[in-house]
Structures are given as C-alpha cells and as structure tokens.
Design a protein around this ligand. Structure first.
Ligand code: GUN
Length: 288
C-alpha cells in the first residue's frame, strides 16, 4: 500500500483565502484583525516561524506587529510589553514565541496574556475551557491536525488514537481533541515502556516527539493514518543531511499507512492557518 498524502499546504491555502474574505468584511465594519508576535532572543528556528506568521498575516490582510526583544530581556520587561498589548485595541491576538530564554518563567508570561487575546490557547483558563469541552481558542497545531483529519474524511469515533509526546503545546491538547471526537486515546512519551507495542495498535498515530525519523514503518499498523508534527533537520550521518524531515520516517511509513502527512507541507502550514483562524475569531468577538 502507498499512503494517500494529507496535503496541509493545499488545505491551509484554501482556508487562508476564506480568512482573507472574512477579514475584509470585518475591516469594512471598522475592525482589522491584529496579531502581535513577540520573540525574545535569536533562536534561528523561532525567527523563521515568527517571520512566517507575520507574512501570513500580511497576505490575509491582517494588521500585525513583530516585537523582537534581546535575549537578556527581563521577565518584568516582557510582562510590561504584554500588559501594553493587552490594552491595545488594534491587537486582538498575542503570541509569545516559545521557547523563551531559561531565565524567564514561561508559565508566568503565558498567564499574563489576556485570555481573550490568547490565540495560542495556552493560558490556564483557556486550557481549562478546552478540557471541559468548551474551548475559547483551540491550540493551533492540534487544531490544524483535526482539520486535516476532517478534510481527509478520517473517522475518529471508537478508533484507537496514539499520541507520542505530552507537551502542553501539542501532545496534551491533541489528546483532548481526539478524546472529544470519540477516539480512545493513549499518550506515549519518553518514559513509555515498549513504545512500538502502543504505536502498532494505533488507527491514528500522531508523532510529536521532536526526533528525526523516529517512527519507522515497522512501528505502524497497516492502514493507519499517520500525522507527523515534527520539524527536524536530517542528521549528518544520512545522505540527505540538513534537509527538513519529520518525526516519522516517511519512506518506510508511507508503504504501511493508508494516509500520511508530509514534512514539509503537512501540519506546519496548518498551524499557521489556525493561528489566523484564532486571530480572526478574537477580532470577530470584539466586533460583535
Ligand atoms: N513554539 C513552537 N510551537 C509554538 C506555538 O504553537 N506557539 C508558540 N507561541 N510557540 C511555539
């Protein structure tokens, strides 16, 4: 079997065209959706992600502000910036790019963002609402995965879903969304015994481990749907060293799975599309 490709780049483009129209309609009523993206330090991957987010805003006709702060910024300075953005009526969404430098308490920063502007959905209040099945904002990456599954007509009710990774950004909210959709969910992580035992039971397998080509074809149940959240560089000892790759070994996985997301062009573009969706939602709520 060669798996069907779940094309996140195409779906994201389609969704973004719709967001642009909604943004124009809102702007005609006097509200232009506005996103502030805050980056502390010079992490090269974060710089790329932030640039892509700001460019996506421009293409959709959103207002955006990129705030780049030096790595030595204090928590107090950052909190002051966030307070100003919370009070700024031109800004409907605030995203602080993670990871933050180690001297800053990331949880305290996320809690300082006004929950109604927390387009990442990382504030405790918003995670609580998500847990209760009444989300205000759905975290962008898992939300993008759900849209891809929907578009691919993947049924979830009663299915075995296995998530590898338990981060607050992906693994935990992903598990909650799959659970809410009726899947039976297992969350695996670095301390899981016999990972392959779990992954081989999965009808839907979501890999969010941050290790290049970690999930191989022999770990996948024939016919499973495989979602690859990883964005890694191919290690030096492999022929295509330096290229982008996922957490899944695409070549062996596609021979076993029924559907799979590529890297790049799978989940990554969907994360950005869902950030636009949440920002638009935040602006529409203010305008309503
Ligand atoms: N770093 C990696 N993914 C994300 C994300 O979705 N949001 C933020 N704020 N930082 C990230």
């Amino acid at each position: 079997m060669t798996a069907k490709i779940l094309d996140g780049a195409a779906l994201a483009q389609e969704l973004r065209a719709g967001f642009k129209l909604r943004a124009e309609a809102l702007a005609a009523q006097g509200t232009r959706p506005g996103l502030a993206v805050v980056l502390v330090g010079e992490d090269p991957a974060s710089q790329v992600y932030v640039r892509n987010k700001v460019n996506a805003c421009a293409q959709a006709g959103f207002h955006s502000e990129k705030i780049v702060l030096p790595v030595e910024t204090t928590a107090a300075d950052l909190l002051e910036r966030i307070a100003a953005l919370n009070a700024d009526p031109a800004i409907h969404g605030i995203l602080v790019q993670l990871p933050l430098p180690k001297h800053i308490d990331a949880d305290a920063v996320l809690e300082a963002i006004a929950p109604e502007k927390d387009v990442d959905g990382f504030h405790a209040e918003n995670l609580g609402a998500l847990t209760q099945g009444k989300p205000r904002f759905i975290p962008c990456t898992p939300h993008g995965v759900m849209k891809l599954l929907e578009k691919g007509d993947v049924s979830l009710k009663g299915q075995e879903a296995v998530v590898i990774g338990r981060s607050n950004i992906v693994g935990k909210p992903m598990a909650l969304l799959l659970l809410a959709a009726g899947a039976t969910v297992t969350v695996c992580h670095s301390q899981t015994r016999d990972l392959a035992f779990h992954t081989r039971r999965a009808d839907i397998l979501v890999a969010a481990v941050g290790r290049p080509r970690f999930v191989t074809g022999d770990m996948i149940k024939p016919g499973a749907v495989v979602i690859d959240v990883g964005i890694n560089r191919v290690p030096e000892d492999q022929p295509d060293a330096g290229k982008l790759c996922g957490d899944v070994d695409f070549a062996s996985a596609r021979e076993v799975a029924s559907a799979i997301t590529p890297v790049p062009g799978g989940v990554g573009p969907m994360t950005i599309a869902m950030l636009l969706a949440n920002t638009l939602l935040a602006a529409e709520r203010v305008a309503a």
